[in-house]
Write a protein that binds this ligand. Structure first.
Ligand code: NAD
Length: 371
């Protein structure tokens, strides 16, 4: 079926191709059962691209990514590529995609699955029903600010500098994404910085406050929190949050804290969003949080749920297909409730399945739910 929805799939290395296979099954299912189809292109990235072309992503694939409505990315990397130069290492492919697509907003949901509450180190009552979204600024801040690097002072003292730097526009555009998300969720936004000790923190807080006030945002409750307190609150009472917006450094840490509330790496999706182009399209790349897991690659052991949930995010955020995204998320919940598990999330009395069997179980649940 011809479609006006274009999707570029970049499976990458290690378990990337295995988990992407399970998405293909769901794409076929949607085509057959929901009459929703996509023009899917595939490309090489990371070590796979290096093996074929001696670069981590080719200009052609990069162009396909720029042209697509959404990019679905598996994972890159592997020990065989660890000694390559920086510019051709597998990670360089992902970094180029992030840079050229200008993916400034990283969305990291932390959602708990009832059947996996035991996998968290927190008490079940603290995390049951948890559904929060961390929006991390991804392309500025201390990871990119200048000056950076080593210096030798006149007296011979060595010192090293990183610079935390934000422009107003960089804060406003990520705030805009976070407000938009909050509006579609529980209408509560918490902006996180260190305004008590950092000038950029004061600027961040003021900019978010002004941006919220200047727009038509009275339906969104805006609060502010210091980053250290936010870390504490995330493990004390995470359900107080809906959407959190924060800078690159704090977002890096807080999103990993939030991830562990839910227990397992094999369950965590993510999205990275860019600006809206002249055609009204927002550039977007979706990927599981986990890496290429070379230790289990090629053995059918990988958990495909993080990848499938990343595809659900694709449907929700790039294509506005909320019902279809819900179907996939609910199917994943249902499969877990039936005790079906890949090795990484096995518990006592569960049924251990392979990557493909997990994908098939999701399809079965999709059939039931769509019936
Ligand atoms: P990893 O996420 O690949 O693996 C960490 C551990 O979690 C491993 O034991 C692995 O078997 C397990 N695991 C990860 N995903 C799983 C899944 N879906 N199902 C079951 N088990 C899963 O991280 P790592 O071991 O630090 O890195 C391995 C390679 O991946 C490295 O080359 C690294 O650079 C790369 N990496 C890539 C990305 C990315 O592509 N975005 C992210 C992180 C790491």
């Amino acid at each position: 079926m011809a479609s006006n929805k274009t999707l570029l799939m970049l499976p990458g290395d290690g378990i990337g191709p295995e988990v992407c296979n399970e998405v293909r099954k769901v794409l076929d299912w949607m085509d057959n059962r929901r009459a929703v189809s996509f023009d899917v292109k595939e490309g090489l990235v990371g070590g796979a691209a290096y093996d074929a072309h001696k670069e981590a992503i080719t200009d052609n694939t990069m162009q396909d990514a720029m042209d697509a409505d959404a990019v679905l990315f598996g994972a890159v990397g592997g020990p065989q590529y660890d000694n390559l130069g920086w510019d051709v290492r597998p990670e360089a492919g992902l970094l180029r995609l992030r840079k050229e697509m200008d993916l400034f907003a990283n969305l990291r949901p932390a959602v708990t699955f009832d059947a996996l509450l035991d996998a968290s180190t927190l008490k079940p009552e603290v995390i049951q029903g948890l559904d929060i979204m961390i929006v991390r600024e991804l392309t500025a801040g201390v990871y990119f600010g200048e000056p950076r690097g080593m210096q030798t002072l006149d007296d011979g003292t060595e010192r090293c500098i990183d610079t935390q730097s934000y422009t107003k526009a960089e804060i406003e555009r990520v705030t805009d994404v976070a407000l938009d998300l909050a509006r579609k969720r529980n209408k509560k936004l918490t902006s996180v910085e260190k305004a008590n000790v950092m000038k950029t923190g004061v600027f961040w807080r003021q900019t978010v406050t002004d941006y919220h006030a200047a727009g038509d945002n009275s339906d969104i409750e805006l609060g502010h929190m210091y980053a250290d307190n936010c870390g504490m609150q995330l493990v004390r009472n995470p359900k107080q949050f809906d959407v959190i917006v924060t800078d690159n450094l704090f977002g890096d840490m807080l999103s990993d804290v939030a991830a562990m509330l839910t227990g397992s790496l094999g369950m965590l999706p993510s999205a990275s969003l860019g600006g809206v182009d002249e055609m009204g399209r927002r550039k977007a790349l979706y990927e599981p949080v986990h890496g290429s897991a070379p230790d289990i690659a090629g053995q059918g052991l990988a958990n495909p749920l993080a990848m499938l949930l990343s595809f659900a995010m694709t449907l929700r955020y790039s294509f506005g297909l909320q019902d279809d995204a819900d179907l996939i998320e609910n199917a994943a919940q249902a499969v877990l409730s039936r005790g079906i598990r890949t090795g990484d999330i096995m518990g006592e009395g569960n049924e251990k399945v392979s990557t493909a069997q997990m994908g098939d179980a999701v399809l079965e649940e999709l059939d039931k739910q769509a019936a």
